[in-house]
Design a protein around this ligand. Sequence first.
Ligand code: FAD
Length: 252
Amino acid sequence: QQILSTVLRNPHMIYKADVEQAIDILLHIELPKAGLIEGNNLTALRNIISVLRHHNPLNKEGKLLLTGIHDSLITQKRLTGGEFADLVKSKEKELEEDVFKAKRFVGCTASRPFLRGFTCSLWTLFHYLTVAAAKPPNYLAAGSVLSAMHGFAKHFFGCTDCAQHFLAMAARRHIESVTDHDSEILWLWEAHNEVNNRLAGDTTEDPMFPKIQFPRKKDCPSCKNEKWNQSEVLKYLKNIYDTQNLSDYGYN
Ligand code: FAD
């Protein structure tokens, strides 16, 4: 209850706990659900891990974990989802400290059961990644985060409806034609707003967190006049999703 009221009072805040939860669930639940991983879905798995290895807000051990998983996948020709889970477990055993400590959603807390949570944290993670990738020294080529997200949706996303909608939207919005980091941030922002628009008023909407065209005027007055001011939106997104601005609230 306390988390919920704090989050409602600070709707512009992005929480480290949610980004960590997304990575935790990806590694321990969502990716291990796969059957055989080889060929295209192995490439997709490598891409996700590679993006996460470069950009994550985890502790030192978390960074070692992702590097360890990444390095092991380079030599794998095929593996099952179960074997991927074993790989994660074995790399975790080599660490001196636990990586995933949050164990609860904060900004993605729902006011009722079965709402928000993982999918909310996934959006949060991918927005965070697009912003992180745009920061010098630009470890990742422009488009890498969207490409990893596309591969995840195509091969691993357990919400098959979400995946189908996302893939159709990606084709319609030419996801592959994004060639610079700022456009990558804005592509995802616009796409997410399209999804918000489609789902507004749906039964999946948490009434305490209505689907809006993001960001709200009161959170970013300069972002929209008659039309969106994309350079102001970009500035706003780069600010709220910056690693240094993630809130630790509810983390410990
Ligand atoms: P979310 O939409 O999950 O947003 C999470 C947070 O992101 C918000 O709290 C806000 O802080 C921030 N945010 C919101 N909009 C933007 C934006 N435009 N730019 C930057 N930040 C923003 N559900 C369905 O029922 N049908 C679908 O087809 C479907 N497709 C999905 C596709 C994908 C790729 C994903 C990740 C999820 C999909 N979902 C779908 C789930 C749905 O989009 C929401 O995640 C879910 O309903 C929970 O909504 P929420 O209120 O927590 O906010």
